[in-house]
Each structure stands twice: as structure tokens, then as C-alpha cells.
Design a binder for this molecule. Structure first.
Ligand code: NAD
Ligand code: GLY
Length: 361
């Protein structure tokens, strides 16, 4: 078992642990009761995850809100269904909402917890690799708007994150690779994270691909722990993305546009991110920010894990660019990128020529 402490501010009032181990779901309420005084719980999940793991959270203190499965349901309409359920079961201010699922459920349940009765305790139980290494950590909550991804949301930290790696056994290859995409992202930004520990993720990922593919439990726990330490180091310094935290969006400027123009249905989030990372390496190379050796090394890592790195259709460039302009990262009307500038190092860049931005699309 590993524990990573997320320390949000000097007073530690919003700090919380991420516990990473095998079998946590079997005793979930034992852990949860240490971090909340809640007497009643609303478990938010989806049909797929409920069939697999809902039973483990079923007890007399819990009620369920089971949403349909998919990014297209990450909307105000389905957020309202969570709030309706909370009202219907008379969830009180001192009760808690639990997210059981991947990033979609985590983001929506967190949003509901942040606004229901002006905020109730929130517990994350992430069940995808992506959610365990990224979305369950750091308190970003959101739903999508038809004009943009994650455009409506809040910053709201959970009281506890329980990452049971046993849940990853039922994840299909496509979803596992989606999570790996976010793992690899950390390798490209590691030097900016300001973490005391040097995980050498870039070297590790290059040399240990077969080990990772074997899904050895200790290796998974160590890998998830490293990602959570890197992310929490960033969040500890910049909870509300006033600067540094933007580096976590490496590859995401392209990714969010890809997801948006394909109605969140063609690619998973991680697939859009791996395509986005390849595109940003090409852009960085054409701007002279990195050399060819680093671009080649980066692309070879994406390829080693068989991640999706190319769009398999030709999008309308104007529509693509307009979608980028409606991203949250737009600043003074320009598209903002997290740009690789050296191995494991990035900088925030804007004012890039539209033609160059679109040349790889
Ligand atoms: P997801 O939540 O859609 O889950 C992927 C699929 O896996 C779904 O079909 C789900 O039902 C299924 N699933 C979940 N757990 C499973 C399990 N243990 N076994 C079998 N199937 C399982 O997608 P995701 O990749 O987890 O998350 C993507 C979302 O996360 C996006 O909406 C993205 O915007 C968001 N996100 C948020 C943050 C953040 O900081 N808040 C960071 C990154 C991504
Ligand atoms: N995944 C981006 C962030 O948490 O800031």
C-alpha cells in the first residue's frame, strides 16, 4: 500500500490522502469513515461500473445514482440527475457523495458535491488507470458544454482518494492505453513539476514497456504513485491553475479540439491526448523549440505502447481552429500551448501562427 498526501495550502485544511493498493474496495467504508463524519452516502457511478463493483459499496447507509456510460452524458442534464437524486434521498450537508468510476463519473460527482447544499464531502474511488493517475487528483470537476470540453465546473478537493488497482483487471486494453497516455504525459513534463523525487519516467517508460504491459501489481502501484506524486506536487503549488498547473494540459490543447469536433464519441480522452502530444512535438520541432532527436524519442515512446498518434480523417481546419479558440486555455484571443522545449521540460506559449498550428492536422 502506498499513500500520497495532497497538501493544498499552508493550513492543510483542504489536504487529503490518495491511498493506492490492491483490494481497497473490500473495506472501502472503513477507510472512508476515517475521513468524513458522513452518515449517509450517495454513490455516483455508471451502468458498467455498477455491474462490476456497485455491490462492494452497497450498504444501509448508501443510495445509488447510476448514470448511463459515456462522455456524451457528461453534461448539465446528467449533472441534474445527480442533484435530483441527492434531493430525493434528502442528502444532508454533513453527508457525502462518492464517485465510483472513471474520469467522467469523478468529474461529474465532484461537481455535484461542490454545489449541492453549497458543498458536501466528496470521496473519489477511481476505477480506470486514467482516473487513478490523473483525474481523481487535484479537485478539477466539470461537465462539457456543446461548445467546449469541461467548460462548466469548479475546483473542489475530495476528502480521500481510494485507488484500488484490482479494478484495473476488468479494464479493456483500449482504456488501459488511454490511461498510459496520461502516464506518458508526466514523463514529458517531469522537470517542471517541482517534485523532490526524480522518477526518471522518460527513461523508465522507454526501458520497461513489457513490464508495464504485464500489469504486475507492484509495478502498477509504483507507477500510479509516481504519477500522483508528480501531479500533487503541481497542485500543491498552484491549485487553481493560475500558472504552473497548466503544464498538466500537455497535449490537451489539440486533444480537446479533437474530442469536441468528434462529439466526444470517436476517440477516448487518452487517445485524443496521445494524438495531441504527437502534434505538439511536431509543432515544437517546426518552431525550433526542440531538436529532432527529442521529437523522435518522444514519438518512439508513444509508438512503443501502440498509442493512437494520428487522426484517421481530415478535419475541416477552420472548424478545428475555432474549436481550439473556444478552449479554456485561450488567452487574449490566442491559443495557448504547453510546448516541449527540452527533454522532460515544457513552457507555456501562445501567439503561434495559425498556419503552423494547423499544419499537422
Ligand atoms: P471514463 O470515465 O469514460 O471511463 C472509460 C470507460 O471505462 C467507460 O466505459 C467506463 O464505464 C469504463 N470503466 C470504468 N472503470 C472500469 C473498470 N474498472 N473496468 C471496466 N470498465 C471500466 O473515461 P476515463 O478515461 O476514466 O476519464 C476520462 C474523463 O476524465 C474525461 O471526461 C476527461 O475530461 C476527464 N479528466 C479529468 C481530469 C481532471 O483533472 N479532473 C483529468 C483528466 C481527465
Ligand atoms: N488534468 C489537468 C489538471 O488536473 O489540471
Amino acid at each position: 500500500m502506498k499513500t500520497v498526501e495532497v497538501k493544498i495550502n499552508a493550513q492543510n485544511e483542504k489536504s487529503y490522502p490518495i491511498i493506492i493498493a490492491q483490494g481497497l474496495l473490500d473495506n472501502a467504508y472503513d477507510y472512508i469513515s476515517r475521513y468524513t463524519g458522513a452518515k449517509k452516502f450517495l454513490v455516483v457511478t455508471n451502468t458498467t461500473v455498477n455491474d462490476l463493483y456497485g455491490e462492494k459499496l452497497n450498504n444501509t447507509a448508501s443510495e445509488f445514482c447510476i448514470l448511463p456510460d459515456g462522455e456524451m452524458y457528461k453534461s448539465m442534464e446528467y449533472l441534474n440527475k445527480i442533484l435530483d437524486k441527492a434531493m430525493e434521498i434528502k442528502l444532508e450537508r454533513k453527508d457525502a457523495i462518492i464517485a465510483l468510476g472513471g474520469g467522467v463519473i469523478g468529474d461529474m460527482a465532484g461537481f455535484a458535491a461542490s454545489i449541492y447544499r453549497r458543498g458536501v464531502d466528496f470521496i473519489q474511488i477511481p476505477t480506470t488507470l486514467l482516473a487513478q493517475v490523473d483525474s481523481s487528483v487535484g479537485g478539477k470537476t466539470a461537465v462539457n458544454h456543446t461548445l467546449g470540453k469541461n467548460m462548466i465546473g469548479t475546483f473542489y478537493q475530495p476528502k480521500l482518494v481510494l485507488s484500488d488497482i484490482n479494478t484495473l483487471k476488468t479494464l479493456d486494453e483500449r482504456q488501459f492505453k488511454t490511461g498510459l497516455s496520461e502516464v506518458i504525459k508526466y514523463a514529458f513534463i517531469e522537470k517542471n513539476c517541482g517534485c523532490e523525487q526524480d522518477f526518471k519516467l522518460l527513461e523508465f517508460l522507454r526501458d520497461f514497456k513489457n513490464y508495464i504491459k504485464s500489469k504486475n501489481p507492484d509495478m502498477l502501484i509504483n507507477l500510479i504513485t509516481a504519477c500522483c506524486k508528480l501531479k500533487s506536487s503541481v497542485v500543491n503549488q498552484d491549485e487553481k491553475e493560475n500558472g504552473l498547473r497548466a503544464i498538466l494540459n500537455f497535449g490537451h490543447t489539440y486533444a480537446h479540439a479533437i474530442e469536441n469536433i468528434t462529439n466526444y464519441q470517436k476517440y477516448t480522452h487518452g487517445e485524443a491526448v496521445s494524438i495531441g502530444m504527437k502534434l505538439i512535438f511536431e509543432l515544437a520541432l517546426s518552431l525550433g523549440k526542440i531538436d529532432k532527436a527529442y521529437r523522435d524519442k518522444a514519438v518512439s515512446i508513444l509508438n512503443a505502447y501502440n498509442l493512437v498518434t494520428e487522426l484517421d480523417f481530415n478535419p475541416d481546419k477552420e472548424i478545428f481552429y475555432n474549436s481550439m479558440l473556444s478552449d479554456k486555455k485561450v488567452s487574449n484571443g490566442g491559443v495557448v500551448f504547453v510546448m516541449p522545449v527540452a527533454p522532460k521540460k515544457v513552457e507555456i506559449t501562445n501567439n503561434i501562427d495559425k498556419k503552423l498550428i494547423l499544419q499537422g492536422i
